[in-house]
Design a protein around this ligand. Structure first.
Ligand code: FMN
Length: 326
């Protein structure tokens, strides 16, 4: 290509990149659920699911706090009332999940010697909407029972992985992680570019510093022996239309990774990386050697399963709500 043509193409590409990122910005600004104009059923349900998850997550810790989350529950009640006021269906999974988890919370708190009479009364007002037969909240389990699923047919194995927020205190064995990563490498990867990487830090000081800065580990930070840092290399991609491929790549890779860790008896919990520029700089400082061209996509809290533990059941939506055939 003659030099001039090359230069013109380069300039057009740069403008096209600005335009596409601008469109991303406009779309996200318009449709993220913090925008009061967003009143879709999906947005209301996502808010409720997230709020409910905060409660089930608090219940799934090794030592749930007596009376935790009262403020969060008050907000969840507001969301539920708002949802009904908007005329959305009470028999949908998110609304039912909220009712069931809150009832499980009341039972658990009674066991801890805590009861908020006003909250219990308010919760009773939703009894008329409750559908029998659904279970949600937390489940108590044993390592032996959980691991009995690893040689079972795929669906049973797959259903037996749960995000863990309780771990044995010993560090994870590097050989076990390596075996799991070898499996995760079989995840689909855009044009076989294999842009994902995993960083593990053997020293306690780095893991503790990561634990301090990560946002989603509140309440179980002290139990995490090791974090895995999953990155994807931006320089593996070449054009504006590939700008989100780092997330797709590392997302698929991480999915395979947590399943493989489970296979080798390592519990895990994916933790979001709050995408703020300054915070990411701090993460990079803690992680010392992660090059600038690699983006930290997420963290994985890892540790061996305890002999006895509990986990959040995190009920799923009905398949009809996520599989649309037209
Ligand atoms: C992208 C992503 C970010 C997540 N971030 C957090 C987090 O910050 N803290 C946490 O405790 N769990 C986090 N999770 C775990 C989810 O809460 C969990 O996958 C969900 O509730 C479903 O439960 P399950 O994994 O046990 O099936 C995250 C999961 C994903 C996929």
């Amino acid at each position: 290509m003659p030099e001039l043509k090359k230069k013109i193409k380069f300039i057009i590409d740069r403008f096209s990149m600005i335009y596409e990122f601008w469109c991303d910005y406009c779309n996200y600004r318009r449709w993220n659920y913090n925008n009061p104009k967003v009143v879709t059923r999906a947005a209301q349900e996502s808010k409720m699911l997230r709020q409910t998850h905060m409660i089930e997550k608090g219940m799934s810790l090794s030592e749930p706090r007596k009376g935790f989350g009262q403020q969060k529950i008050a907000v969840l009640f507001e969301m539920m009332d708002q949802y009904l006021k908007m005329g959305y269906p009470s028999d949908g999974m998110p609304f039912q999940d909220a009712i069931i988890v809150l009832n499980a919370y009341v039972d658990m708190q009674k066991g801890l010697g805590y009861e908020n009479a006003a909250m219990v009364e308010k919760l009773k007002t939703y009894d008329t909407y409750r559908i029998d037969g659904l279970t949600a909240g937390i489940k108590y389990d044993t390592r032996a029972n959980l691991m009995s699923n690893i040689d079972k047919p795929f669906p049973e194995f797959f259903y037996s992985r749960h995000s863990m927020r309780q771990f044995e205190s010993k560090s994870i064995n590097i050989e076990d992680v390596e075996k799991a990563i070898k499996i995760a490498q079989k995840a689909p990867t855009a044009c076989n570019r294999q842009a994902s990487k995993v960083y593990l830090y053997k020293d306690k000081a780095t893991n503790d510093a990561l634990g301090e800065l990560i946002a989603g580990n509140t309440g179980f930070q002290q139990e995490v022996p090791n974090y895995l840092v999953v990155t994807a290399d931006v320089s593996a991609f070449y054009d504006t239309f590939e700008r989100n491929q780092v997330y797709v790549e590392a997302g698929l890779f991480s999915m395979a990774l947590v399943e493989a860790l489970h296979y080798y008896g390592i519990g895990s919990c994916i933790l979001q990386n709050g995408e703020y520029y300054k915070k990411n700089k701090k993460f990079k400082e803690i992680c010392k050697n992660i090059p600038e061209n690699e983006r930290i996509i997420l963290f994985v809290a890892t540790g061996y399963y305890k002999n006895e533990f509990s986990y959040a059941m995190s009920l799923r939506k009905n398949v009809e709500d996520v599989f649309i055939v037209k």
